[in-house]
Design a protein around this ligand. Sequence first.
Ligand SMILES: [Fe+2]
Length: 435
Amino acid sequence: MAFFLRRPKGPFILREGMAMHWDTEDPFIFASHHEDDYPKGNAQMAPPLQEISGRNLGRDYQKFFGFRMYNGKVVPGFPLHAHWGYETVTLPQLGYVDHSDSEGNTGRFGFGDVQWVSAPCFYEHCEMYPLVDQENRNPNDITQLMIALPLEMKNLPEISVNTVWKERVPSVCSGGSRVQVICGDFGGQTAASPSIHSWADGTHGVRILRIEMDPGAEISIDPAAEGANRNLYYVSGDRAEIMGEEVVWNTRMKIGASEEIGIRNGRKPSVLWLLEGIPIDQRMSMFGPVMLSNDTEVRQAMQSIRKQELERWPWELVDRVNPMDSGRFLLRKDGTREMPPERSPSEKAFMHAVERYQKQKERGDQRHGRQKIIGIHPDMPEIRLHAVVAEVSSHGLPADELPDITRRYFALARDLLFRRRVMQHGSHDGAVGCA
Ligand SMILES: [Fe+2]
């Protein structure tokens, strides 16, 4: 009797619903996407006690009051845990991650920064989500991917921890779409893992794109590397036309490497992720936080973790957070401090104009600059963003820099909204008012 595998009709090899953890393919071994609407933080950068009492603290994966504590008992997040045999990519689009590790590194990253951690051997860290805003809610949107390391890189002693600040993450904006090129090539931009040991080093077709689309926007994505596994994840929005098919959000699509992917968004802003990579195609064994060549190695590694978990941890707390006002930084074990790059003159001028406007508004001065709605906030569609073009122009910026300011506006507005609280909900007449 002959059996035939029937290929599903339509452009997708596979199409299925998604959960918080996405189904992935070699070389990706794990992907998760968390969205939590945390309340305003207390002095410990934690939710108020009345909102976390009664939970199964230490293992809280069910949303109550709009958020989860995960493994955190005071601050949400993931206290001390091990990684061994793979690389991790973490992108907090909203919110901060406080990170400390067994190497002695610590730091804070967030709001579009990308952290790469390559751990071929025994490595431990904690990843906490501090609620730094004590006057407003602390919404969080964090995506984490894990990429396997091939057998020849397992157990090598060099651990890499790097933060690519959001200002240096390449982006491609066109036709109402904004693409963060986290890894690989797209639209003339290129990125690769900064780790010493990585399958995503630019030679194995690994491409990671985060795609934001305005209502009605269209985008075309070129084919993947030959032989690459390829999955598109429709993470948020409503519905879109993808390769000629109507797709509702919360859908994973496996797509052939040679296909061009055309997307036409529907009526609501959408976010999609594209993960591509040539498979490592090696037999490996994985249990818990360990991925090595076989079961024996994994068992030995798990024993090492159990025995040395605390003695290798250099910090006083397993759920360590940094001071509330520390901002974004990476402090390496050798004392080297890495900071986000200085803002460009255009960005500084723009932020100065916004702050000046806000002061005028607080004083009741109605002589605001010329306004223009420049878009809808991709994460909060109910918010419309305005810019005071005249204000910015008055700072002596050449006219041809204005489009650049507009492109950078969403990131700046997010900073202002969540960190400086300059924006105000309900306003309709502001330089960065929200209507
Ligand atoms: Fe981790």
